[in-house]
Design a protein around this ligand. Sequence first.
Ligand code: FAD
Ligand code: UDP
Length: 367
Amino acid sequence: MAKVDVLVVGAGFAGAVVAERLAHAGRQVLVIDRREHIAGNAYDEFDAHGVLIHRYGPHLFHTNAERIVDYLSRFTEWHPYEHRVRAWVEGRLYPIPINRDTINQLYGLNLDEEGVKAFFERVREPREPVRTSEDVVLNTVGRDLYEKFFRGYTRKQWGVDASELAASVTARIPVRTNSDDRYFSDRFQAMPKAGYTAMFRNLLDHPRIRVELGTDFAAVRGQISARHTVYTGPIDAYFGYCYGRLPYRSLRFEHEHFADIERYQPVATVNYPNDHAYTRITEFKHATGQRHPGTSIVREYPQAEGDPYYPVPRPDNEALYKRYAELAKRETTVTFVGRLAQYRYYNMDQVVGAALTAARTILGESE
Ligand code: FAD
Ligand code: UDP
């Protein structure tokens, strides 16, 4: 039986960060991943045409947490980039998040900030309490904007109506009265200069870390003697689905390269709330800053089956997750961390934060 101090299941943000911290503290760490590559869903690679693409959809790094930027900056330099998105609605592109220009262009108005505030006050449908993702949008911008920008996108993305989803899902998208058209409001927004995979290579490049790819936990469970296990896969899978399956939403990614055009669309991402089976098209060069005579895009088609990408925030799923979390508490030599193991709709920076905390707990350090 192979012996290590710590077995880490998953080489995404959660696994790689915990592995780095524990190795740094002197532990011998074995990281396994069932995929043939590191970096989890943040994996990027050069496609056959030499364009840096994200295999599992667009990953834009943004955070307000300085300690997370400081930590990751040990493993990467940054390419400054603020993400911008447009939504294709009734044959035109509009800024999303909804802002002053969205309102003025959509309704042929010329409102200033105060005017936009008054406009939202007039059209909003107050909800008390704000419980669902539908409530969030109706409560701030009213029905017409909800139907044009949110209803179709949400149904496509999640396979259920916004009224069936927790408020936190659409609450991710701000509503602005000024002309700020950045997708995120965070203080720090950037891309790892040489890409995510390169940053992960640096994270995992430690004499006390060994990485074994193409290795499923199920296949080696019981064959590796570890004092502690860090599990970052789906929590229901760890427990053999004993309470039934936790729903995770999946996607099919359709990548395409255009050899003869430098730019496919005016911004990195165009959302299609009401047209097509895909939710959005992302053109990577906008975000990475790469220069290339051609360009590569990805279309995202949501689906129920396939690799788990999104936990589905709904009260019944939360309740089922809590039952698994109770079982997890009893596994005193196992730490469950990450988007799949904690069943949380985490961004990358939040996963890094959770992983740093998990590592401190394992090492018996206080925050
Ligand atoms: P993952 O990256 O999923 O890593 C888990 C790893 O565990 C995987 O590599 C998997 O193969 C492995 N694994 C699972 N089960 C087993 C097993 N049984 N045996 C061995 N290995 C196993 N976040 C942002 O901040 N900004 C964005 O712009 C952004 N865009 C996104 C776009 C899409 C389409 C998606 C799906 C997510 C996006 N995210 C974004 C979220 C981001 O991907 C996650 O927060 C982050 O990658 C989660 O890291 P993780 O380590 O928890 O999980
Ligand atoms: N959303 C929408 N229309 C949009 C953008 C987002 O309805 O143009 C809703 C949709 O429910 C989506 C959620 O807001 O799933 C969160 O969007 P985000 O862009 O953060 O999703 P992610 O990048 O995590 O897939």
